[in-house]
Design a protein around this ligand. Structure first.
Ligand code: NAP
Length: 243
């Protein structure tokens, strides 16, 4: 049975993806910063997966030592999904230095320090799958979210480089770019309902990407074309757009 370690295991998208993989015959393990929420997520997942055992570990990506955690794992997973992310509150000033640093540290620096450990281990083993959840925002930086966008753009570039580096080492790297997804992360945003998808849709698309050996996905798929069109519009039109 292939195994999946989910980093950011209490995220809505992560929970839906863990379930999709579990129902597809994978064993699943969760990593997250809040012990109580993790326990709840693991219990819910276990019930939905026919009372399968779901291990979980408390780990805060901002101050945990991932290398120590990884070394402590006797059986390394076949795949790692990284779903950690710190969103943005449009009401907060983007000029807030400490918030900006927190977003960059959470969404980029801490994830790089984790994925470097995973990538190096998978490279030595000669096999493995890394799935990183970036965002459509990595390609669509707007007034209300540009700090978050910049952190995701950095993550996307990092994942692309890792994919290139590990291409002939038996290790696959998938970049996932969700559009707006109905989770607590976008609660404070005013988004037209028809642009919002569900965590289950993202989960299904991630599993499909793994099976079909895709490398970069937009989920739902319509975003690939929407972003393509938006990017060819002139700046004077972009400045007038609300999204
Ligand atoms: N929702 C969207 O519209 C959307 C769109 C594009 C991309 N994404 C990306 O999708 C991923 C999942 O987000 P989501 O929508 O499912 O939102 P979410 O439920 O808020 O998930 C965010 C996850 O990151 C975890 N996290 C934040 N800081 C952490 C830290 N220091 N240490 C460990 N874990 C930490 C959170 O843990 P806690 O549960 O403890 O807070 C939570 O599990 C994120 O990378 C996000 O950027 C979301």
């Amino acid at each position: 049975m292939p195994s999946l370690l989910v980093i950011g295991g209490t995220s809505e998208i992560a929970k839906a993806t863990a379930l999709a993989f579990g129902q597809d015959g994978w064993s699943v393990e969760l990593l997250g910063r809040n012990q109580d929420n993790l326990q709840k997520a693991a219990a819910e997942l276990s019930v939905k997966m026919g009372h399968a055992t779901i291990l979980y570990h408390a780990f805060d990506v901002m101050d945990g030592n991932f290398s120590d955690f990884w070394k402590s794992q006797e059986n390394k997973p076949d795949a790692v999904l990284c779903s950690v992310g710190l969103g943005f509150d449009p009401k907060h000033s983007q000029y807030d230095r400490s918030l900006t640093e927190k977003i960059y540290r959470t969404n980029f620096f801490s994830l790089v320090s984790i994925l470097d450990v995973v990538a190096s281990s998978f490279e030595n083993r000669g096999s493995g799958l890394i799935v990183g959840i970036s965002s459509l925002a990595s390609e669509w930086s707007r007034a209300y979210n540009y700090t978050y966008s910049a952190s995701k753009a950095a993550l996307t570039a990092y994942l692309a480089g890792l994919r290139h580096k590990l291409a002939d080492k038996g290790v696959r790297v998938i970049t996932v770019n969700p559009g707006f997804v109905k989770t607590k992360m976008i609660e404070s945003l005013e988004v037209p309902p028809y642009l919002i998808s569900s965590p289950e849709t993202v989960a299904r698309d991630i599993l499909m990407a793994v099976k079909k050996k895709k490398e970069v996905i937009y989920t739902p798929r319509m975003w690939r074309w929407i972003i393509f069109i938006l990017k060819i519009l002139p700046e004077w039109i972009l400045k007038r757009l609300k999204i």
